[in-house]
Design a binder for this molecule. Structure first.
Ligand code: ISE
Length: 340
């Protein structure tokens, strides 16, 4: 039985704890850690966790903890990933690894110095069936060479009052930055960013146009105040055809001369299956030591941070910004993975 510590008992920590308790055979929720002990206790009660704590660094080192899921606030992700590396504990770290590319490089250095991969990053879209089928269609050759990819990422409303257009790029868009790299198998080389003007004080959408190293164009719309529902769309356009995401709705209601389907309120419903697949792959990683073939790692976290930093600068300056990566370390070049 793999004994898991889950650090952070907020929205994502609670979701990971529920998945671990209900959908991860071979896993046991050992500790729920949160600065708010009552919130930790509430999640522990709901998921049968053996213990609670409010000391994340101590939890990582516990002898009754085999692996860690980090779902605490973004600024804790890199330090806690480094603590897990130092303790020799595999860690599934929620995105982002860090909003600072420099801090991502600190984690990369720590992981390389440890001699083996410890950090699996929680860009769960890679486990979503839509993107899996897009990537497969491209690698099968059916679409011909990829030309463009169009992406829409819409939330009902911004998660916090101080949310900004730049945060749409640094907080929400990293999902697209990562999954588009993964589907196309390339890197971004430039980004421009634009915003329309809303009639109210809410954060307006951000529209980005990115170029890839292989001459493709990628558009990404992030709209954190879409109002109507949680709605993610993508279309991959090749020289011989295209493949688009179908909205995942299990039912359609026909009534009073109308037909309707429902949107999820947020990502947890839409991507539940992807989280379960991702977390099962993490468990296999803990059990076998073989890094999953399609999972995100620290290098992917660094790439997402670099693109986000360039995107935020493009929005602030109104100018196209280059996306410049360091050379990819050999340590991350060869995937020692197993099929997902
Ligand atoms: C948020 O930042 C996330 O990480 C969620 O996974 C994503 O679905 C949501 O749209 C983002 O705003």
């Amino acid at each position: 039985m793999i004994r898991l510590a889950i650090i952070g008992a907020g929205l994502m920590g609670e979701d990971h704890a529920r998945i671990a308790a209900r959908d991860l055979p071979g896993a046991q929720v050992q500790v729920i850690c949160d600065m708010d002990r009552s919130r930790a206790q509430s999640v522990a009660d709901a998921t049968g966790a053996a213990d609670i704590s409010s000391e994340p660094e101590a939890v990582v080192s516990r002898s009754d903890v085999d692996a860690v899921i980090v779902a605490s606030p973004d600024f804790t992700h890199a330090p806690l990933s480094k603590a897990c590396i130092a303790a020799g504990k595999p860690v599934l770290c929620e995105k982002p690894l860090s909003q600072s590319s420099a801090e991502c490089l600190e984690v990369i250095e720590a992981e390389q110095n440890s001699g083996k991969q410890h950090v699996m990053l929680g860009f769960m879209r890679r486990y979503d069936q839509s993107y899996i089928e897009m990537r497969q269609a491209l690698s099968d050759g059916a679409l011909g060479r990829a030309l463009m990819m169009h992406n829409f990422h819409r939330n009902v409303e911004t998660p916090a009052a101080d949310f900004t257009g730049a945060m749409a790029i640094t907080n929400s868009a990293p999902h697209e930055f990562d999954v588009v790299r993964h589907v196309l198998g390339t890197e971004f080389v430039s980004v421009t960013a634009h915003q329309p003007r809303r009639s109210d004080a809410r954060v307006a959408p951000v529209v980005m146009v990115l170029e890839t190293a292989d001459g493709q164009l990628v558009t990404i719309e992030i709209n954190n105040n879409a109002a109507y529902g949680y709605d993610v769309r993508a279309e991959l356009v090749g020289e011989a055809g295209s493949i688009a995401m179908n909205n995942v709705a299990y039912t359609r209601t026909d009534m009073k001369l109308a037909s309707s389907t429902r949107y999820d309120a947020d990502w947890r419903g839409r991507y539940h299956e992807a989280y379960v697949r991702q977390n099962r792959d993490f468990l296999r990683f803990v059990e076998t030591g073989a890094f999953p073939a399609i999972a995100s790692d620290c290098w992917d976290g660094y790439c997402a941070a670099i693109v986000a930093e360039a995107g935020a600068k493009a929005l602030a300056t109104g100018q196209k910004q280059p996306v410049t990566l360091i050379p990819k370390p050999e340590f991350y070049a060869a995937r020692k993975g197993v099929a997902a």
